[in-house]
Design a protein around this ligand. Structure first.
Ligand SMILES: NC(=O)C1=CN([C@@H]2O[C@H](COP(=O)(O)OP(=O)(O)OC[C@H]3O[C@@H](n4cnc5c(N)ncnc54)[C@H](O)[C@@H]3O)[C@@H](O)[C@H]2O)C=CC1
Ligand SMILES: O=C(O)C(=O)COP(=O)(O)O
Length: 524
């Protein structure tokens, strides 16, 4: 009998597929409840409140699946789950509409001072002049993160006559124009928007996306909304800019620490708040609970799950054969994604040599999952990779070729954006491991793992030395270095690997060097 622990408040009706499952028993208790025998639990169902940490995994050796009844999995240590072979699933689209609607409601309430006016009337006051607001009509809404929620919010805001300007590094102009929004840089949104709202996942990259520097680029009188995750807007910086009158107000549904307790931003009348209610509608809760309950049941019935975040649905035997290429494909996808920081329209993958005996479609999906890692919050895996590409308007092509460029096997990928194309090739060499052997027209040979720096530079005497000196001056040890060039004195590339992450100061210094054309920090 499987023991399923429902640790957060999950809609009971939605849990029906599990309640009806004769091989399962449902326990509705917190993970901290001393009555729960954590060591016997097979499945854990959570929302955002329960933190699923490495420490918790250690106490749950029987755990096979964690299901997040919602989108954001920042409360789950997915890497720790993967290491332990625990599958993680979420419900990516069940609460999209509710969260977009909540964001819109917060925006309208903020612009018309509704919460403040409501409280004032209830205090038996009648201060009509004090609560004069602003129309949404004609205002520019800046959306940072144009995924599912950002897109739904854009549609609603356009219906209210707003101009919508968006920043999402992975959005193509074609898709933006289909959605009727202006595809812009982060700085353009910061400079022009009257209201700015964030809808990215919380990742290392988006933490503090709106910090003091970003705030100082905004118009005086700008409004901010955060119905995504606490921390995407730096709370201290926001407090400073509200305090000095630059930011006219903010509406927040989420906080760096929840519940936030004594909170510096609460002292401002022009900050309105809700207790993480974005997904709290009957409809969304029924949707997400039903989605995860079905997923968990499918998993226990040995059927493939569709919103699995971290593990492939495949027999152990086949997986063992494909594993080295699976890893190579993922690393190629992730390298590609970090080398080309713009919206991609097309990804074409060509397999050649011994790898063609394997299930190449599965490798295509693995490659895409590597490509989407760090870009979107649904932790794209082999199960949902193609669908995700389709949703993002990326055409994916796969073919088999007899040309393996002299290697026993080769995976060659070309990505096309609106302005350029980029090709990367990798191979797996027995007893040696995965290698990237071709990058953007250059032959090269490096191990795709760890902290890397990809530098495009001019092949001139002393460049390598100057790069080495700057890194040395910052006490950064170069573990390996590979160079490639097409002709003497022409364009060249360098791939450096490091034992530990390199700091921004060193990267900025390197960027100042004359002969450096471009630089990408790649974390694999
Ligand atoms: N307040 C609430 O109750 C809820 C909050 N959320 C939060 O909203 C977030 C977004 O949800 P969805 O739209 O469903 O996710 P999504 O994955 O569809 O969209 C996220 C978008 O952010 C973009 N992005 C990633 N990094 C970026 C960056 N550095 N700058 C700009 N854009 C970037 C991605 O390209 C993607 O298009 C979730 O990750 C979750 O944390 C989700 C549901 C309810
Ligand atoms: O789905 C999400 O990412 C949410 O933020 C919703 O969180 P909740 O399930 O309401 O705790």
């Amino acid at each position: 009998m499987y023991q399923i622990l429902v640790a957060d408040a999950i809609n009971a009706e939605g849990l029906q597929p599990l309640l009806e499952y004769k091989d399962a028993v449902i326990i509705e208790k917190k993970v901290t409840d001393p009555e729960v025998e954590l060591e016997k639990i097979d499945a854990l169902l959570v929302r955002s409140a329960t933190k699923v940490t490495e420490e918790l995994f250690e106490k749950m050796p029987q755990l096979k699946i964690v299901a997040r009844a919602g989108v954001g999995v920042d409360n789950i240590d997915v890497n720790a789950a993967t290491k332990r072979g625990v599958i993680v699933v979420n419900a990516p689209d069940g609460n999209t509409i509710s969260t977009a609607e909540h964001t819109f409601a917060m925006m309208a309430a903020l612009m018309r001072n509704i919460p403040q006016a409501h409280q004032s009337v209830k205090n038996l006051e009648w201060k009509r002049n004090e609560f004069v607001g602003n129309e949404l009509y004609g205002k520019t809404l800046g959306i940072l993160g144009m995924g599912r929620i950002g897109t739904e919010l854009a549609k609603r805001s356009k219906a209210f006559g707003m101009n919508v300007q968006v920043f999402d590094p992975f959005l193509t102009n074609e898709r933006a124009s289909k959605l009727g929004v202006q595809n812009s840089s982060l700085d353009e949104v910061l400079e022009h928007a009257d209201i700015i709202t964030v809808h990215t996942p919380l990742t290392a990259e988006t933490k503090g996306l709106i910090n003091e520097k970003a705030l100082s680029k905004t118009k005086k009188g700008v409004y901010f909304l955060n119905c995504a995750r606490g921390g995407i807007i730096d709370e201290d910086a926001l407090a400073t800019f509200i305090g000095n009158g630059h930011v006219a107000g903010a509406a927040l549904d989420v906080f760096e620490v929840e519940p936030p307790g004594e909170y510096p931003l609460f002292k401002f009348d022009n900050v309105i708040v809700t207790p993480h209610l974005g997904a709290s509608t009957r409809e969304a809760q029924l949707n997400v609970a039903t989605q995860v309950a079905k997923e968990v049941r499918m998993f226990f019935e040995d059927k493939p799950v569709s919103n699995s975040i971290n593990l492939p649905a495949m027999s152990k035997d086949i997986f063992e054969r494909i594993r080295p290429f699976h890893y190579l494909a993922k690393q190629i996808g992730s390298t590609l994604s970090q080398c080309i920081n713009e919206g991609i329209q097309e990804i074409s993958i060509t397999f050649s040599g011994s790898v063609t005996d394997l299930e190449t479609t599965y490798l295509t999906k693995a490659l895409l999952s590597g490509f989407f890692k760090n870009r979107i919050d649904i932790y794209v895996n082999e199960v949902n990779a193609l669908l995700t590409a389709k949703e993002r308007g990326i055409t994916v092509g796969e073919k088999i070729s007899t040309n393996s460029f002299g290697y026993a096997n080769c995976i060659s990928v070309t990505a096309k954006s609106e302005t350029r194309q980029f090709t990367i090739r990798g191979t797996f060499i027995d007893h040696y491991g995965p290698r990237i052997v071709y990058l953007n027209d250059f032959n090269i040979d490096f191990y795709p793992e760890g902290n890397l720096l990809y530098i495009q530079h001019m092949d001139r005497p002393g460049v390598i030395g100057r790069v080495g000196k700057i890194l040395g001056d910052h006490s950064i040890n170069i573990a390996t270095m590979q160079v490639g060039r097409k002709q003497v004195g022409g364009e060249a590339i360098m791939i450096l690997s490091f034992d530990k992450p390199i700091d921004d100061i060193a990267v900025n210094k390197l960027n100042e060097l004359d002969d450096i054309v471009s630089m990408n920090h790649i974390l694999l």
